[in-house]
Unconditional design. Structure first.
Lengths: 75, 339
């Protein structure tokens, strides 16, 4: 177990894990989102594929979230 | 190319790829060859050209309808590319598509020079550049070549036109040189080396076609050099001067040193028709544009590939329809198709 006086640092770590993962996913989604909107503007059939491709980088945020939950509740 | 540049091109490239997916597949062309004109008109009228065919259906019939619909669709497609693109892509597309302004100016001046009717001239006008169809159709109403040139006084093309002294080839050449030198300048300012590579290859192919034509017409070396466009990739000015001075047989053999040779090598023994060579070179240009667009997927190249492919689709459809109208054999029509 982490010493109660160190809990603040764990919370900061958990925050960074989610926050940085979110920024990374956002950067990744920029181009994918733009491309998906471009393809959809021409053909609505690309909506499904475009949405799927756009959310793929979101998985990185889930990893970050898992890490932060482990930090907060397992340690 | 950094992340931000990739993002800038992602939207327009995805859109253009989706547009390219809607082009008529090359497997359709042999099928068109077995059809009659009304059937081809119906199929074209149900495709991406539907809106244009419906709109112009009241005014034109049969092959004229297809011709006008194809031209209108081509112009609107190119205009759309300019409207949906931003920043560097927009600038480069606008500059590249100025070739249609040059085409229209040449068409109108040639038409007036040879005494063609307004309707005949408008049949070949494609307002894909900066000059609007409405303005061009007003200019077509002017009776003389000098009047037409004066009407272009406020456009950036006037410096190439103002020296007109009755020689059409001279101003046409001046327009071409002006277009390519301005385009190279524009591309160099943006530092887009991929576009520059594409452009230099395009200049080479244009020079090669011109060399074949001029040699066939028996022109003098100095006259040829005056008409060739400098700035190519493989044909430097010294190469052009050397090639221009060779007689036809040696000229064809000298081409073996260049990479364009493979596109025409199989017909080099039977250079009976210039059309054959031009079709091969157009095909080379089409395949080249498509190949390099896959090497650099998030760049200006897929857009240029689409511009070239769309133009070739319209040309192919026009060749099929006009060939059918003139009762040409399937083989002759097929040999003129670029696919």
């Amino acid at each position: 177990m982490v010493d109660p006086s160190q809990m603040g640092m764990v919370a900061v770590g958990a925050g960074l894990a989610v926050g940085l993962a979110g920024i990374g996913a956002g950067l990744g989604e920029q181009a994918i989102g733009a491309a998906a909107v471009g393809a959809m503007a021409e053909d609505e059939k690309f909506f499904g594929k475009g949405l799927l491709m756009t959310v793929i980088p979101e998985s990185i945020v889930i990893f970050g979230l898992v890490v932060s939950l482990i930090l907060l509740f397992v340690f | 190319m950094g992340i931000s540049n990739n993002v800038k091109y992602a939207y327009i490239v995805a859109r253009v790829r989706a547009m390219k997916g809607k082009l008529i597949p090359k497997e359709m062309y042999p099928k068109f060859l077995n059809m009659e004109i009304p059937e081809i008109t119906r199929i074209i009228g149900e495709s991406e050209y539907k809106k244009d065919v419906d709109e112009l259906g009241k005014k034109y019939r049969s092959t004229d309808l297809i011709e006008h619909a194809l031209n209108q669709n081509l112009a609107l497609t190119y205009r759309k590319l300019i409207e949906v693109s931003q920043n560097e892509a927009n600038y480069l597309i606008t500059e590249y598509l100025r070739s249609w302004d040059i085409w229209n100016i040449k068409t109108i001046i040639r038409g007036k020079f040879s005494g063609a009717s307004e309707e005949e001239i408008l049949e070949d006008v494609v307002s894909g550049g900066q000059l609007r169809y409405r303005d061009l159709s007003e200019i077509v109403k002017i009776g003389t070549v000098e009047g037409v040139i004066a009407a272009f006084a406020k456009t950036p093309y006037y410096p190439a036109l103002e020296g007109y002294k009755g020689d059409l080839a001279e101003i046409e050449n001046a327009l071409d040189r002006m277009y390519y030198s301005n385009l190279i300048k524009a591309v160099v300012t943006t530092g887009n080396r991929l576009f520059l590579k594409f452009l230099k290859t395009e200049i080479d192919l244009k020079n090669l076609k011109m060399l074949f034509r001029m040699k066939r017409a028996g022109m003098e070396r100095d006259e040829m050099i005056k008409l060739l466009i400098p700035g190519g990739m493989e044909f430097k000015e010294s190469d052009l001067a050397r090639l221009a001075s060779l007689p036809m047989g040696e000229f064809v053999r000298a081409l073996e040193e260049y990479s364009y040779w493979e596109s025409i090598s199989d017909i080099s023994g039977e250079l009976t028709s210039l059309m054959n060579i031009e079709t091969r070179l157009d095909k080379y240009g089409l395949v080249y544009a498509s190949q390099i667009s896959y090497y650099y997927p998030l760049s200006i190249l897929p857009i240029l590939d689409y511009i070239v492919s769309k133009k070739i689709e319209v040309d192919n459809l026009r060749i099929i329809v006009r060939g059918k109208e003139m009762n040409l054999s399937e083989d002759i029509i097929k040999s003129h198709l670029v696919m």
